[in-house]
Design a protein around this ligand. Structure first.
Ligand code: HDE
Length: 700
């Protein structure tokens, strides 16, 4: 097969160094017989400079760090492959990796948060980066996108202002990886172009359950170019096979303490377990002649094209199936660039994109220390590379020959200029005087935030109101809060009234035209449910005297559907099974080391003695109550149901089998636990949360 996805891995193999064999050496390959003591004059005297091993070791250590990315510093990456479904996109683009189903292209994807430093927590409220490097046979193509379809500003020249506003404040470097502070909201209140992306930032999209459960968007309008050189506008979409799901804000805050690597770990663990995450690539296509048909400007990255207006057509699928070997060499050194294009795809004049095309190359020069970063293994194309660029820090290739220029005769005129398979810029006719200005339609800021708000389901809207209340409630300057609420009133009266009530502010006059009721159901995450429960994490509470037969039965059914089931007990090691046969059951985690926020659903196992022990254990009781509060599916079988009754969960009465309020119970135990019990629990889990459950009074 052409362009096989293992081309990149084969290339990388020549750089991989096994460290589980051989001898310790210096960088020069000299074997070392001791590395714990520097060479000294006597065993208590001064250290000698002649100890080149000690000096080399320390010198390298002193230079280990490189600057972190100025934004998107915190991330996680993985390798995979992309393959188009069928050849239909070939009508619109010559990019074979997008259109030829016989071509499988290796990829490396890096997910990230935006505002936090390298060591910040994963579950902060933030946009997520979703950057994909396609190592195509025609050269590297980078789709450097985000998990939301719109951006905060319209023109790249404002990027430093925006980033300075959202990053920790300059005088005290507080707060880390958080948007709830004065400078961001001051900026927002004075720049209504931010409002649409702000609505997404306040929504569940900014709190993904997993990188594997997020959409991705190219954000800008790009161009596809066909074999005749004709262009079609395109927006790129990634849709996760597992569905799009989110955490609750309270969970995010807790997870930041319990497991700051929550998203990294989740990606790593699922790939390591062979549960490969998958996304479908889709495109929205707009013929050039329709460019001006929209009420917004296609070049404005703060606007999206509603899917109901231009449907997203599936193009192909991407699977991530290999973890990196070395975080620094691969995930940290990967260098994305919006201008890494291949024939068949081109830019538009989107003023945000135009300056991105400058910024990414520029930033790699400082971050990766010179102009040869494209030679780093992770960045090397699988396509042949041959050019006359010379020298520079970190030159890893040995270009042969005397002639490093075009035209030459000394090198036989090589490398030759190609006349096919080349990249040619789309010959867009351009005219106009240089002005610092934006297109007229860029100046409308409220309609799409309104569409977003009005497209939310009830719980999603509630979360947005709570997010505004939290973020604005943290501000130290009341005037900023008021200015933001005035903008909200221009978006939607109901939104402003609800947020103002939470903040104890006067309700500003509603300015939004009530009749302007465009709704796009595709914007609600409820429209993006995946199927099944693969990789969902289920906690089963157990204790000594557990009903091991019942547990085995339920666990087998749930793991058969791909769920990850872990047993949690008041102590580590193992628990005694019910009965006198001396069986034990391994405990995966002690309750003290975990929290309900790390799981998607909770089961309480049976066994009278175990139920008693769990009922008397505050950590176990809290675990269940908290999961209930976070609208997660709860289940109990046999005597496990006693725990639910003890803590007064509003579920079904003691019954052979029933589910109320997202709580499934069966009084049956052991091998009698009905198969339907696991089915019902799995159905709830596939729905992600039990939103109709009323939880505000739950104290956990
Ligand atoms: Fe970026 N952005 N960006 N950005 N961006 C960077 O490049 C920049 C924008 C995005 O995993 C930097 O290598 C400017 C939009 C991702 O390595 C930097 C502007 C979108 C990543 C940079 C934008 C993105 C970056 C920092 C406005 C979504 C992480 C380090 C004109 C479509 C890539 C680096 C990775 C990273 C500049 C706006 C996505 C400084 C100037 C819009 C996913 O070059």
């Amino acid at each position: 097969m052409e362009g096989a996805s293992n081309d990149k891995q084969r290339q990388l193999d020549s750089y991989r160094i096994a460290r589980d064999q051989g001898h310790l050496t210096t960088q020069q390959g000299v074997r070392v017989d001791g590395t714990d003591d520097a060479v000294k004059v006597g065993d208590r005297g001064p250290t000698l400079l002649s100890d080149f091993h000690a000096r080399e070791k320390l010198t390298h250590f002193d230079h280990e760090r490189i600057p972190e990315r100025v934004v998107h510093a915190r991330g996680a990456g993985a390798y995979g492959r992309f393959r188009p479904y069928a050849g239909w996109l070939g009508k619109f683009t010559t990019a074979r990796f997008l259109a030829d189903p016989t071509v499988e292209t290796p990829v490396f994807v890096r997910f990230s948060t935006v505002a936090g430093s390298r060591g910040s927590a994963d579950t902060v409220r933030d946009i997520r980066g979703f950057a994909t490097k396609f190592y195509t046979a025609e050269g590297n193509y980078d789709l450097v996108g985000n998990n939301v379809p719109v951006f905060f500003i319209q023109d790249g020249i404002k990027f430093p202002d925006f980033v300075h506003a959202v990053k920790p404040e300059p005088h005290n470097e507080i707060p880390q990886a958080a948007s709830a502070h004065d400078t961001l909201w001051d900026f927002v209140s004075l720049q209504p172009e931010t409002l649409h992306a702000i609505m997404w930032l306040m929504s569940d999209r900014a709190l993904p359950r997993s990188y594997r459960m997020m959409q991705g968007f190219g954000v800008h309008t790009f161009r596809l170019i066909d074999a005749d050189g004709q262009a079609t506008f395109v927006k790129f979409h990634w849709r996760p096979k597992l569905g799009a799901h989110s955490l609750l804000w309270e969970e995010c805050q807790q997870i930041a303490g319990h497991d700051p690597d929550f998203h990294r770990r989740d990606l790593w663990d699922s790939i390591a377990a062979g549960q490969y995450p998958e996304w479908e690539l889709g495109v929205q296509l707009v013929p050039e002649h329709r460019e001006f048909e929209f009420e917004f400007d296609l070049l404005d990255a703060t606007k999206l094209i509603p899917e109901e207006q231009i449907p997203v057509r599936p193009v192909g699928s991407m699977v991530l199936d290999r973890n990196p070997d070395n975080f620094f060499a691969e995930t940290e050194q990967v260098a994305f660039h919006t201008a890494n294009l291949v024939p068949g795809i081109d830019f538009t004049d989107d003023p945000l994109l135009q300056l991105r095309n400058f910024s990414y190359l520029d930033t790699q020069l400082i971050r990766l220390g010179g102009p040869n970063f494209a030679q780093l293994p992770i960045n090397r194309p699988v396509a042949e590379v041959r050019h006359h660029q010379r020298d520079g820090y970190g030159q890893h290739t040995i270009p042969q020959g005397q002639a490093a220029y075009t035209e030459n005769s000394l090198g036989g005129g090589c490398p030759a200029l190609a006349d096919e398979g080349t990249f040619r810029h789309y010959p867009e006719p351009l005219y106009g005087a240089p002005v610092r200005a934006r297109g007229a339609k860029f100046h409308e800021y409220y309609r799409q935030p309104r569409m977003f708000w009005r497209s939310m389901s009830g719980p999603e809207a509630d979360h947005i109101v709570a997010a505004f209340a939290f973020e604005l409630g943290k501000l130290t300057r009341p005037v900023i809060r008021e200015r933001v609420v005035e903008h909200l009133a221009r978006i939607d009266a109901d939104l402003a009234v609800r947020v103002a009530a939470e903040l104890g502010l006067a309700v500003p006059d509603a300015l939004a035209p009530a009749a302007d009721g465009i709704v796009s159901p595709a914007l609600s995450q409820l429209s993006l449910h995946g199927t099944g429960i693969a990789t969902r994490k289920i906690a089963v509470l157990v204790a000594d005297g557990v009903d091991a037969d019942g547990l085995r039965r339920v666990r087998t059914q749930l793991t058969a559907r791909g769920a990850v089931v872990e047993t949690l007990a008041p102590h580590g090691g193992s628990v005694r099974a019910q009965g006198a046969n001396g069986q034990t059951l391994a405990v995966d985690r002690a309750l003290a080391t975990v929290s309900s926020v790390l799981y998607d659903g909770v089961l309480v196992a049976g066994g009278p003695e175990a139920a008693d022990a769990l009922g008397g254990d505050g950590a176990a009781v809290h675990f269940v109550l908290e999961a209930f509060k976070h609208a997660k599916p709860i289940g109990a079988f046999g005597d496990g149901t006693a725990l639910l009754r003890l803590i007064g969960l509003p579920g079904p009465a003691q019954t052979e089998l029933g589910a109320v309020n997202g709580v499934v119970v069966t009084s049956c135990a052991g091998r009698e636990v009905p198969g339907r019990f696991a089915d019902m629990f799995a159905e709830l889990l596939a729905g992600h949360r039990v939103w109709q459950r009323v939880t505000h009074a739950v104290p956990a």
